[in-house]
Design a protein around this ligand. Structure first.
Ligand code: AP5
Ligand code: ZN
Length: 216
């Protein structure tokens, strides 16, 4: 199965991606996580990505597209994947479609997690992420079992630099301007499905399961 996750910052894409990836045994490909790994590893790509991410801006398409092209050449993504945070522009979506077309493949579903603005700031400022595996927690809505420690891998939880109120507001503007057009794009292709992301985490996952269960 080939799935795209869409939704504004803080919609719960990363949270749901972990459960989907486990249940359907498909790799979770998050461009944000790949950039963050490069930042903590001090790579050239990390230095470049950080200069955009810290301001809430998109990393340039050329860089991001090359990264995804290379990731989708790896063996584990041959029979399916879950893309989280990509595509984020119409150009990225066109390139992805072309890339898959070359191999006679296609996206099965673009899953949109909808969450109104008023929920987002609270979700982002309370978020804590694992700096090792990328797992996402929330101080109030999804707390780890042990304070500041990842349930999955035991590493330390940190606050993302781009989760300050000011940067989140910038990211939301960028989302409206550059990423929102993808909703129309995938609606026209007949593969857009929406779930209400304001429900509890397990309820959102149930709705996603209902949708994915209907695809082959
Ligand atoms: P990225 O890491 O992709 O960030 P994002 O899309 O802004 O999404 P988030 O990770 O902030 O939110 P999420 O929807 O995953 O929410 P989460 O599950 O954590 O990108 C970061 C940056 O990288 C971009 O700004 C850009 O610079 C760059 N980048 C990445 N991809 C790019 C691309 N393709 N092109 C160019 N640049 C790119 O949940 C949020 C919080 O809410 C958590 O605390 C969680 O515990 C909680 N929560 C989740 N679900 C619920 C629920 N149902 N109820 C209550 N709380 C919930
Ligand atoms: Zn972890």
């Amino acid at each position: 199965m080939r799935i795209i996750l869409l939704g504004p910052p803080g919609a719960g894409k990363g949270t749901q991606a972990q459960s989907i990836s486990n249940k359907y045994a498909i790799p979770h490909v998050s461009t944000g996580d790949i950039f963050r790994k490069n930042i903590s590893g001090g790579t050239e790509l990390g230095v470049l990505a950080k200069s955009y991410m810290d301001k809430g801006l998109l990393v340039p398409d050329t860089v991001t597209i090359d990264l995804v092209k290379n990731r989708l050449k790896e063996e584990d993504t041959k029979n399916g994947f879950l893309l989280d945070g990509f595509p984020r522009t119409i150009n990225q979506a066109d390139v992805l479609e072309e890339l898959l077309n070359q191999d006679g493949k296609k996206i099965d579903v673009a899953l949109l997690i909808t969450v109104p603005r008023e929920f987002i700031i609270q979700r982002m400022t309370g978020r804590r992420v694992c700096q090792n595996c990328g797992a996402s927690y929330h101080l109030e809505f999804n707390p780890p079992m042990q304070k500041d420690t990842c349930d999955d891998c035991g590493s330390e939880l940190i606050q993302r630099k781009d989760d300050s109120r000011e940067t989140v507001e910038e990211r939301l503007e960028i989302y409206d301007f550059q990423t929102l057009p993808l909703i129309d794009y995938y609606t026209r292709k007949g593969i857009l499905k929406s779930v209400d992301g304001t429900q509890a985490i397990n309820e959102v996952f149930n709705d996603i399961n209902d949708i994915l269960g209907g695809i082959h």
